[in-house]
Design a protein around this ligand. Structure first.
Ligand code: ADP
Ligand code: MG
Length: 546
């Protein structure tokens, strides 16, 4: 038998606890949301484990109980979910700093008022218990183990863990409420907090009053199975914050129930901000997968293509087996069909956002545009649709505002039949490029592309709405002829000698030296050959050592 053990909290956890206890009071009711959220996750994990081992689930209903003991001054949040082993208790409740903890600490401003708001929005999890309690006891027993564990701390830097006794599986978090937090023993207070923050939880949250039957406070149905007509915006926001572990509101969402050849419900969200690891290719991501309401996995990458990796949410389907594994997901016809349907849903959602809330769409584009653009390269079947959603800087737009290709086409003069663009490292470099001079003189708009990925984008997006895309930095008969000057022949004669001398001087560093009508102010410019690598791509490859 293991003895009682005293441990120190990990440094970041200690910092977080200190902050919570000493400075953050407003919005403190969110502790309940966090504990209920953990209880709900624990029940999801048990359901999943029980797919292979049904005996673990037993016959009782999964539920979360809130027990207020006015005499003892304690509030207990109890679940009959998976529970924790001794190791898990030590890791999860004290030793391993969660990514959320770190990010939370990083975003603190030092301004108490602002930080108090932050904590209200942030998923700071279990430790928020110490906002209202001066001592927290956790009693837990893992569903597949016999030993129960007791964890206790006053949040001052240390915690104890010891073997304990508990008959049923699951976890009880017992909060010894501070004197000024006794309001959280009141029925009406608990009821209103649960309705406000946790109504979306898919299992019953029962309030045990001093006398009589417990009262179920929420709808207790999987959120996404509820009819849309019943759900308010705020419900969708709360649910998003629960499953995405995000502290901000989502930018947009789409909720669909599909019946027929394919049967699934999808609830997809566009976040407002990028995860810190958006560009980390190793990082797993994706939406949650449920099969017939049973949580199967987080970050099911196969359900959406990489260029939609910013989408959060879930898919619940009856068309996959409960024991579906990542391996099965990888080569599955049903998954392919669902994936194709989800891509359409997301693109529809973005279309809708772009046309109904352009300011929010601009925010989306600034955050996730470069990711979505990958779709032009990767997803030939949706290329035109994705291109429609893209935004670019343009010579017709003096500021930093970006425009859609459709806007470009709409104001294209009659004598122009191509979409012209220029790629450059920075917007300033693009705007000052000598390549633009003739186009400016002619009044033809040029798109200015400054993302790294743009070279690949234009490599794949050769056409939009039947109009070809063409770089103004390329040698093209077409451009030259369109901006022809009438006295070209005379000028060529006059400058022949100069051109020859420059050509000899540069030798084989250039393909040829020619007189151009492109320039109206600058004396010279470099152009890329009509076929072959663009200059910028050439430079990028050189820098990458290829
Ligand atoms: P998060 O929920 O974001 O992971 P928390 O601080 O809320 O972070 O919880 C930390 C971890 O502690 C959880 O990931 C889980 O492993 C464990 N945990 C917390 N509460 C429970 C519970 N009621 N049952 C089982 N495990 C729990
Ligand atoms: Mg949590």
């Amino acid at each position: 038998v293991q003895r009682s053990e005293k441990r120190e909290f990990q440094a970041e956890v200690r910092q977080l606890l200190h902050l919570m206890i000493h400075s953050l009071y407003s919005n403190r009711e969110i502790f309940l949301r966090e504990l209920i959220s953990n209880a709900s996750d624990a029940c999801d994990k048990l359901r999943f484990l029980a797919i292979d081992r049904p005996e673990l689930l037993g016959s009782g209903e999964l539920a979360i109980d809130l027990i207020a003991d006015v005499g003892a001054g304690t509030l207990t949040v109890k679940d009959n979910g998976i529970g924790m082993s001794r190791e898990e208790v030590i890791d999860n409740l004290g030793t391993i700093a969660r990514s959320g903890t770190k990010r939370f600490l990083e975003s603190l401003s030092g301004d108490q008022k602002k930080d108090a708001q932050l904590i209200g929005q942030f998923g700071v999890g279990f430790y928020s218990a110490f906002i209202v309690a001066d001592r927290v006891t956790v009693l837990t027993k893992r569903a597949d183990q016999d030993e129960a564990v007791r964890w206790e701390s006053d949040g001052q830097g240390e915690f104890t863990v010891e073997p304990s006794f508990k008959t049923d599986r699951g976890t009880e978090v017992i909060l010894h409420l501070r004197d000024d937090a006794r309001e959280f023993l009141e029925d009406y207070r608990l009821r209103s907090i649960v309705r406000r923050y946790s109504d979306h939880i898919g299992l019953p949250i029962r309030l045990h009053k001093n006398k009589g039957e417990p009262e179920t406070l929420n709808q207790a149905r999987a959120f996404w199975t509820r009819p849309k007509s019943e759900l308010k915006d705020d419900d969708y926001v709360q649910f998003y914050q629960h499953i995405a572990h995000d502290f901000e509101k989502p930018l947009a969402w789409a909720h669909h129930k599909v019946e027929g050849a394919l049967e699934y419900t999808s609830l997809l969200y566009i976040p407002r901000h990028a995860p810190f690891d958006l560009w980390d290719r190793e990082q797993a991501r994706g939406v949650q997968l449920y099969v017939k309401r049973v949580f199967i996995m987080d970050k099911a990458a196969e359900l959406l293509p990489p260029y939609l990796r910013f989408v959060r949410g879930l898919v619940d389907t009856a068309d996959l087996p409960l024991n579906v594994s990542r391996e099965i997901l990888q080569n599955n016809r049903t998954v392919e069909k669902i994936r194709a349907a989800l891509v359409k849903r997301v693109l529809d959602l973005l279309d809708d956002l772009a046309s109904t809330r352009p300011d929010d769409y601009a925010l989306f584009w600034a955050t996730f545009g470069p990711v979505l653009k990958e779709g032009i390269v990767e997803d030939a079947s949706n290329r035109e649709r994705i291109a429609k959603l893209c935004r670019f800087y343009s010579t017709a737009q003096p500021d930093k505002a970006e425009i859609a290709l459709d806007a470009y086409l709409a104001r294209m003069p009659r004598d122009q039949d191509k979409i012209y663009y220029l790629t450059a490292d920075t917007l300033a470099a693009a705007r000052n490029s000598p390549h633009l001079e003739a186009f400016r003189a002619k009044g033809w708009e040029v798109l200015l592309m400054t993302d790294r990925i743009d070279e690949w984008v234009v490599g794949h997006l050769t056409e939009y709405q039947g109009k070809r895309l063409e770089s103004v930095a390329r040698v093209s008969k077409d451009i030259e002829s369109k901006i022809e000057t009438p006295d070209k022949a005379r000028l060529e004669g006059e400058y022949r000698e100069v051109l020859e001398r420059v050509g000899k001087h540069l030798g084989d560093r250039v393909g040829s030296v020619r007189l151009s009508a492109r320039l109206t102010e600058s004396p010279s410019c470099l152009v890329a050959p009509e076929h072959g690598l663009s200059r910028r791509l050439e430079e990028m490859l050189k820098r990458a050592g290829e």
